[in-house]
Ligand binder design. Sequence first.
Ligand code: HEM
Length: 540
Amino acid sequence: MAAMALLARILNARVSPAAGRGGFLSAGVSRPSRPEGARLPAGTRAEDKGVGRPGAPRAGGRAEGPRSLAAMPGPRTLANLVEFFWKDGFSRIHEIQQKHTQEYGKIFKSHFGLQSVVSIADRDMVAQVLRAEGAAPQRADMGSWQEYRHLRGRSTGLISAEGEQWLKMRRVLRQRILKPRDVAIFSGEINQVIADLIKRIYILKSQAEDGETVTNVNDLFFKYSMEGVATILYESRLGCLETSVPQPTVDYIEALGLMFSMFKTSMYAGAIPRWLRPFIPKPWREFCRSWDGLFKFSQIHVDNKLRDIQCHMDRGESVSGGLLTCLFLSQELTLEEIYANITEMLLAGVDTTSFTLSWAVYLLAWHPEVQQTVYREIVKNLGERHVPTAADVPKVPLVRALLKETLRLFPVLPGNGRVTQEDLVVGGYLIPKGTQLALCHYATSYADENFPRPREFRPERWLRKGSLDRVDNFGSIPFGYGVRSCIGQRIAELEIHLLLIQLLQHFEIKTSSWTKAVPAKTHGLLMPGGPIHVRFVNRK
Ligand code: HEM
């Protein structure tokens, strides 16, 4: 299914190859103290080794300047075109990150037509770029998103907005959903959705040939994620987990599907200059059509809720509620801003969560010993049938570790983007203001120096050994970092933690004769490259 594909398109498609052979153990990111200096071979300069400040005098006394982008290694335009368009590199962006990192090193430059992108596949450089960001970081050029909104008289939402407009909306939403305690109040609603999902699993099992296998679990988790996030965003149920799904919900799923199926087409929508549109109209037309569908759906549900609130107010009753109610009553956002943000959050919150759940279940099925350890912790600390709430999650650290390890192995957004807002020196190179950076999270997630035995599924690597132990690691930041990080992180975590606990309480998840090894593929997001089939065996 589709959703966050467009955000991911922006974030990933620009993530091409990453760079420079070996070399950069740690690289400084700082504002350049002077313009481009003399060029030295990569790996020989002080700041390449992370031991010099740009512009600082070297041991011999002469100040050494950063190298220019022209000196940065990277794949040539033609090689990139062949890789992406001829060899369908768009579905292997995650692998290409690793390949290019090996070929060119941890910082490298790629060209896509007129645009060049600097890719960074080093944990410390990523950390320093993100720590150096200003008040309103920019992820990528959102011109086509903004143009659609302008055309239809719509507002931008958090994903598509920039500058002051973004800051204003982020400030409002941050107060409501950014902290775990803000979203803890939704445990009850999410648990109702989980109860429906578990009922659905029993129904699907009863229809299965072997009485246990659920085929294509992502279909199920897509419905769960959509229902879960909509419960929070719209404060109402959509009926995704019912046997017969209501028509507007079916229409919305189709609009998402359209966006997903035309992933490449929609990429071109932004890339094709306006003057060419009369000659190649399809990408832009489809892009608008799918946004029309997504906005329409959100508007129907937001309006329903607002009418309901208005009725209560007209009767003089006091009104309280969740996110939408608060947004409406506080009047900090205009109605158009509410529509736009709810639309973009729904778009961002469905596939991301469902792919992560699919991978978690896949990993548990293939690693029964890990599953058993997690299950034992749940039974010991929560009990066999205790319905958990957010307050219970810290009592089962292995469940949190399971999610972190799943997202390390399968980061839904294998790469992220930033446009530099001032000149920076990264890895010894001067990166001018306005450069598109691609942060290669997939490559850093699989780097030995960040995660020993990186291919192994070992949730316990995320457990803290003591209260002072820190397991944060910029090698794996699946929700991003800093002021522009994922606003829905706590919602996603709540949905995933509560569901994993209850799934394991009810079922032992096992492979079946239909279960195959499923590779990851990039289709905007990093997703299962084939259907995942597993058995849900009832616990005694
Ligand atoms: C496993 C689930 C999820 C993952 C892995 C994920 C990951 C991400 C990442 C990596 C970013 C970019 C952060 C950055 O640039 O630093 C992002 C942005 C965003 N996410 Fe999520 N996300 C998930 C679920 C959700 C959910 C459930 C929602 C909504 C309820 C959501 C809403 C957003 C929004 C609105 C943005 C843009 C924020 C901004 O620009 O201010 N995400 N997400």
